[in-house]
Ligand binder design. Structure first.
Ligand code: DMJ
Length: 453
């Protein structure tokens, strides 16, 4: 990735952002080491109290399995982070657990989207980083079991699929859950089974083709009829990674249709979602058909958008929106899942250790070279540690206004949150953005434009 701007001295991105201490190269190296140590702290909590299960409950020191039987969510989600952070013994142990204990032959209805982004994406990425064929065999087996999800009248995916029988259910999906081309396209390239790419491309395109005359998509859609069931449009939950994957599919596969869909979609998004409130830029909710603003909610999930804007060349806009995300975070020293920017009020107070604001900080740093974003990341990391660290791991917050901890450590804190912090403070060579694209779960996949199906 080219640096578009020279590294600048530390400065605030907006009047609303608090002043930050500069981070020089030596401090960045110390921060990277500290992030690695905190990641290990969380990993060791999982290892000690939840080994062989999906997730650690960090307060009760117990394990959680999403479906009553384990799919090894945490070790799979964490494996490429273990590799990137240079933790070979831990990575080898996780790999053995996965390769010898994991079976997808289970009579359980799983959420297609979550299993694709965490488990399929994690296995594919770990295979590309380690060349362990057992991981690819598991990914191929999982892809075969999951792909009946696409067998619907519209090509849009059913929400649930049974891993043993292929039975599907759940007819109301959304754009984010319909855009899974990076994972299925990579599976197609690695196995030679092109049908995976075609099914995933068809689903993503089915959303795009149903965009409104304004070029916007809605929040919920019926899998059987293809009719929108909720016409609210925004960059948050249920739509977020649809935008992300239009751009990333272009980067990964160089498919011209992805670039065309991205170009027209981002133009509409940048036209209709923005609102200026007191000089700050926010992205809110609009009606997909009229473009009229219907809500002013922003939150932890929306905070991915500055990173996507920066990655795709919309740098000035990205800087302004990131300043708003950081101002929202700084109110309580952790960000809420939802914040009404017009009322300046928290509307959903939980913080489940989400990565998006860190992700955007990293993309902005990597693309602009502006040291301010490392300083911002240092503040985010200090806050995370202060609010969420427990003696045995990291805990979500049930309320950012009181810093009350919840007994949850979602696997994405190890897949994403710590990874983005580590990348932010590490040399760019740690992950070459010319060679890799990070999935929505932060799993690096190798760009393979020469062999696009
Ligand atoms: C992750 O599973 C992914 O980043 C997804 O796209 C959104 N939600 C979580 C993190 O917040």
């Amino acid at each position: 990735m080219l640096l578009l701007l020279p590294a600048a001295t530390v400065r605030a991105a907006s009047a609303a952002a608090p002043p930050l201490a500069p981070v020089d190269a030596a401090q960045a190296a110390r921060l990277a080491a500290s992030v690695r140590a905190e990641f290990l702290h969380a990993w060791n909590g999982y290892r000690r109290y939840a080994w062989g299960h999906d997730e650690l409950r960090p307060l009760s020191r117990t394990a959680r399995d999403w479906y009553g039987e384990p799919l090894l969510m945490t070790p799979i989600d964490a494996l490429d982070t273990l590799v990137l952070m240079g933790l070979p013994a831990e990575a080898a142990e996780a790999r053995e657990l996965i390769a010898t204990q994991l079976s997808f032959d289970r009579d359980i209805d799983v959420k297609h989207f979550e299993i694709v982004i965490r488990v399929l994406g994690g296995l594919l990425s770990a295979y590309e980083l380690t060349h362990d064929e057992r991981l690819l065999a598991l990914a191929a087996d999982l892809g075969r079991r999951l792909s009946p999800a696409f067998d619907s009248p519209t090509g849009l995916p059913w929400v649930y699929v049974n891993l043993r029988t292929g039975r599907t259910r759940g007819s109301e999906t959304n754009p984010a859950e319909s855009a899974l081309l990076p994972e299925y396209g990579t599976l197609a390239q690695l196995t030679g089974e092109r049908a995976y790419y075609d099914k995933a491309m068809r689903a993503m395109t089915a959303i795009y083709q149903r965009r409104s005359a304004l070029g916007l998509v809605g929040e919920r859609i019926d899998v059987e009829s293809g009719a929108w069931t909720r016409p609210t449009s925004h960059i948050g939950a249920r739509i977020d990674s649809y935008y992300e994957y239009l751009w990333k599919c272009w980067r990964l596969f160089a498919a011209p249709s992805c670039l065309a869909m991205w170009n027209s979609s981002i133009a509409a998004a940048n036209r209709y979602y923005p609102e200026n409130v007191g000089g700050a830029l926010w992205y809110g909710q609009v009606d997909m058909n009229t473009g009229r603003h219907t809500g002013s909610e922003y939150g932890a999930l929306e905070a991915f958008f500055p990173g996507l804007l920066a990655y795709s060349g919309h740098v000035a806009r990205a800087r302004r929106l990131q300043a708003s995300s950081f101002a929202m975070w700084s109110v309580n020293g952790a960000e809420p899942d939802s914040y009404d920017y017009r009322a300046a009020r928290v509307t959903e107070p939980r913080y489940p250790l989400r990565p998006e604001i860190v992700e955007s900080t990293w993309y902005l740093y990597r693309i602009t070279g502006d040291a301010y974003y490392r300083a911002m990341g240092a503040q985010l990391f200090a806050d995370l540690k202060r609010c969420c660290r427990t003696p045995d791991g990291y805990a979500a917050l049930s309320d950012v206004t009181t810093h009350t901890q919840a007994d949850e450590m979602p696997s994405f804190v190890l897949a994403e949150t710590f990874k983005y912090f580590y990348l932010l403070f590490s040399p760019p060579a740690t992950l070459d953005l010319q060679r890799f694209v990070l999935t929505t779960e932060a799993h690096p996949l190798r760009r393979n434009t020469a062999h696009a199906p």
